[in-house]
Design a protein around this ligand. Sequence first.
Ligand code: PLP
Length: 379
Amino acid sequence: MTTVDRIPFVDLAAAHHAVADEVAAGFAQVLATTSFIGGAPVTEFEREFAAFSGRQHCVGVGNGTDAIELALRALGVGTRPDDEVILPANSFIATAEAVSRAGARPVLVDADETYQLVDPARVAEAITARTRAVIPVHLFGQLAALEQVQEVIGGREIAIVEDAAQAQGATRDGAGIGSAGPAATSFYPGKNLGAYGDAGAALTDDADLATTMRAISCHGSLTKYEHTHLGFNSRLDTLQAVVLRAKLRRLAEANEARRTAAARYDLLLSDAEKSLGIDLGRPQVAPGNVHVWHLYVIRVPERDRVLGRLQAAGIGAGVHYPQPIHRTVPFADHAPRPCPVTDLLAGQILSLPIYPEITDAQQQRVVETLMKALVDNDS
Ligand SMILES: *Cc1c(COP(=O)(O)O)cnc(C)c1O
C-alpha cells in the first residue's frame, strides 16, 4: 500500500513526528521536577502565544469552551437573570454551551451565505435591551466581520467575545484574534495548534480583564487561599504547555502549508467545476482576511451520498456541522428568527481533508474521487 491509499482527515502522527524529540525532552524535565501545574512552561507559552497573536495577555485554561465561559464571566455577562448573548447558529455547539454555563441565554442568528460566518445584519435584528455580548465565531479559519459587528453594536454597552477556536494565526486587516474583545481559543488535538489532550486559552489586551480571568480560572484566587471572585478550576496543564510551545514554533509555517494546500484544492476544484459543469461552492476568503484553513469546506449536491463514497474510498471527509446549534436538542428554541442560510448549508457542506502535511498526490486523489462520486449516481 502506498501512502496515498488512506487519506486521514487530519494527520496528528505527522505533526507529532516533527516535535517528538522536543516534547520528550520537555516532558522529562517536568517529570523530573513533578511540578504538574503552572511553572515555566505555562508562563512561557502564555507569553509566546500572546505575542504570536498580537495580544498583551494570555490566560491558559483547560479547554476552549472554558475559555469562552471565562471571558464572559470576567466581563460580568450572566450576572443578571435575563442576560442574552448573540452568536451564530452556524458553529460548534460549544459556543452556546459556554454562554449557558456563564448564566446567560444564547440567542442564535443566521450566517451570511458567502463566507458562512455570522451575518452582522442578523446580529442587528437580534439585539435587545438584554443583550450583553456578541460572540462572532471565526469559523473554519477566517475572522468574522468584526468591524461590522462593532458598527451594529454602536454606542451600546455590549461586549464582543471572539470564538477563535479555529483561527490561531488568522488576521483581519492585519489584526490577530482578540482585537475587538477577548478571544477564546481551543487547543483540542485537531485544531491548528493542538495539544495532546484538552487545552485552551483566553487572550486580551486589557490587563484588568486578564487578571480577573486568571483569578476566575483558578478558584477565584490570585493568591493562594484568598478568594476574591466566584471562580472555577480550569488551568492549562504543564505537560500540555510543553507540547504547545514546541508546536507554536512551527505554527506560522504550518498555517502557510495549509494555505498552499487550500490554493491547490481551489485550482483542482475549479477544473472539476468546469469539466462537470457544476458549482462546488469553493470557500471564499473575505477581503482583508488571512485565512488559516482549519477546515476546507465546499458545497455539493447529494452530500450524504458523496460523503459516503469518499469515506468508502478511504478519504477522511467530514461535515462541520451536520446539526447547526438551533437544530440540537438543548438549543432548539434559541433562534428568535429562522436561519435559512444555516439550514441550507447544513445539508450541503462537505469538509475535505486538510492539514499541513497533505501532499499534492493526496489532494488529487481526493478531488478525483469526489468527481467520480458526483458523476455516477450509484446508490
Ligand atoms: C473546538 C471548538 C470549541 C471548543 O473547544 P474545546 O477545546 O473542545 O472545548 C469552541 N468553538 C469552536 C468553534 C470550536 O471549533
